[in-house]
Design a protein around this ligand. Structure first.
Ligand code: AMP
Ligand code: GLY
Length: 419
């Protein structure tokens, strides 16, 4: 089978390595992939948002199955076009991807179907938003409607910060068109849990839970990033909470999307906060999380491609999806300065006795050499019998990977170990 994977980060590298385990896979193309992925797939210089070129390429190569991993191409409707061209896909169509593509849509969906989430108001006019803020409780949370590279959320601790956030989104358009509509919502507190799920619109299969570490620096300080490390399973996510989430959040969301004529097929990501008043949805993503994928997929025992094809065929109920009882930890090595300005082009070297899983997020090839080529450069995952074991093993492997100007958090998993 010839497989096409759209995307080129650590998440896509993880998916590709897992897909390779299926013996019927003969060839994998990554569009665009990256220098590190090129060891495991043929990288083709077509960007993840170049929809027409992607479809043209898939037809020319007679691709048997396509996996569209990042949010942008999903929201743009890449799956619709590939399927129209006769290529089966893993990933939601455009109508369903709106669950991530528009926060106004997802908040209204949750309200309509009584799915627990933070209380909120939506605005498409700055004067109304500003007058609402005059009496709104603080802290408060301001969210730009559309995709904003994970940066469209401001937690405002004071009224002034909230006013500035609204102005920068709606007046200065720092997130472009995404700021035309905004959500202002209640500030929630509690441990955060990421739950990725497989769903074909009929069956809902949550994967092992995980915990992201979004801030750049140790102790959850510094700026928000795309994610500096993850652990799985998340110890705050007890079997009781999992049951409750299935009944109150996961199944109702799947059914809500069906009722709206927007059946979701693919990986539906639930970003949850476990509040005093029960679990609540912070965000939905229409795709695998990055770097959650880097800890979730190494624990998956069932063949990933079989699951993905079952989702596409709407036969997920026929598959017994199993995860190992082990734990996993992923530490992201980034370029110093990320998520601000940083330098790239430094050679990445790996000691001979490296024993972790290496997932390359941003790198380019220079002859035989692999050079750093992004903010998040790579992720290192280790699996262990316990969370403590996985964290220790992971940090031992981090010592064996080198590039100039590298930085990483030293405390991935520490909060979870205290749970
Ligand atoms: P998002 O881009 O939606 O993932 O939001 C980024 C981060 O902002 C989340 O992981 C939370 O830590 C935080 N956040 C988002 N919404 C809220 C909320 N209503 N209350 C408290 N924190 C929030
Ligand atoms: N790690 C969070 C995300 O993928 O959105």
């Amino acid at each position: 089978m010839k497989i096409l994977v759209v995307g080129g980060g650590g998440r896509e590298h993880t998916i590709i390595k897992k897909i390779r385990e299926n013996p019927s896979v003969t060839e994998i193309f990554a569009l665009p992939g990256n220098g590190g992925i090129s060891k495991d797939a043929k990288c083709v210089d077509i960007g993840a948002k170049e929809t027409d070129k992607i479809v043209e390429f898939a037809k020319k190569e007679n691709i048997d199955f396509a996996i569209v991993a990042p949010d942008d191409p999903l929201v743009l409707g890449t799956v619709d076009l590939l399927e129209k061209a006769g290529i089966p896909c893993f990933g939601p169509d455009k109508k369903a991807a709106i669950i991530e593509g528009s926060k106004v849509f997802s908040k209204n969906l949750m309200k309509k179907y009584n799915i627990p989430t933070a209380k909120y108001e939506t605005f498409d006019n700055m004067e109304d938003a500003l007058s609402y803020l005059e009496t709104a409780p603080v802290p408060t949370v301001i969210k730009a409607d559309g995709l904003a590279l994970g940066k469209g959320v401001v937690i405002a601790m004071t009224r002034d910060e909230a006013v500035n956030a609204v102005k920068s989104m709606m007046q200065d358009k720092v997130f472009g068109e995404s700021g035309n509509h905004i959500v202002i919502e209640e500030f929630l507190e509690g441990p955060e849990v990421s739950v990725l799920s497989f769903t074909d619109g009929k069956t809902m299969v949550p994967m092992v839970s995980s915990m992201d570490h979004k801030r750049a620096l140790d102790g959850d300080k510094g700026l928000n990033t795309g994610g500096m490390g993850t652990i799985a399973p998340n110890p705050y996510y007890t079997p009781d909470i999992a049951d409750r989430c299935m009944k109150e959040i996961f199944l109702p969301t799947m059914e809500a999307m069906n009722s709206e004529g927007r059946t979701f097929k693919g990986c539906l990501y639930f970003g949850l906060m476990l509040t005093e008043n029960g679990p609540k949805v912070i965000e939905y993503n229409c795709r695998f999380g990055d770097p959650e994928t880097q800890v979730v997929l190494p624990l998956l025992k069932t063949d990933l491609l079989d699951i993905m094809m079952a989702v596409s065929n709407e036969t997920l109920d026929k598959i017994n999806v199993e995860f190992s009882e082990s734990s996993a930890c992923c530490v992201v090595m980034a370029s110093n300065g990320y998520p601000g300005k940083y330098e790239t082009g430094f050679e990445i070297t790996v000691d001979d006795d490296f024993k972790g899983n290496l997932y390359i997020a941003g790198a380019k090839l220079d002859g035989e050499k692999l050079l750093s080529g992004g903010g998040r450069v790579l992720g290192i995952t280790a699996v262990g019998d316990s969370l403590k074991d996985a964290v220790e093993k992971c940090y031992m492997q981090v010592e064996k990977v080198h590039f100039e100007n590298a930085f990483y958090r030293k405390d991935i998993g520490q909060r979870a170990l205290k749970a």
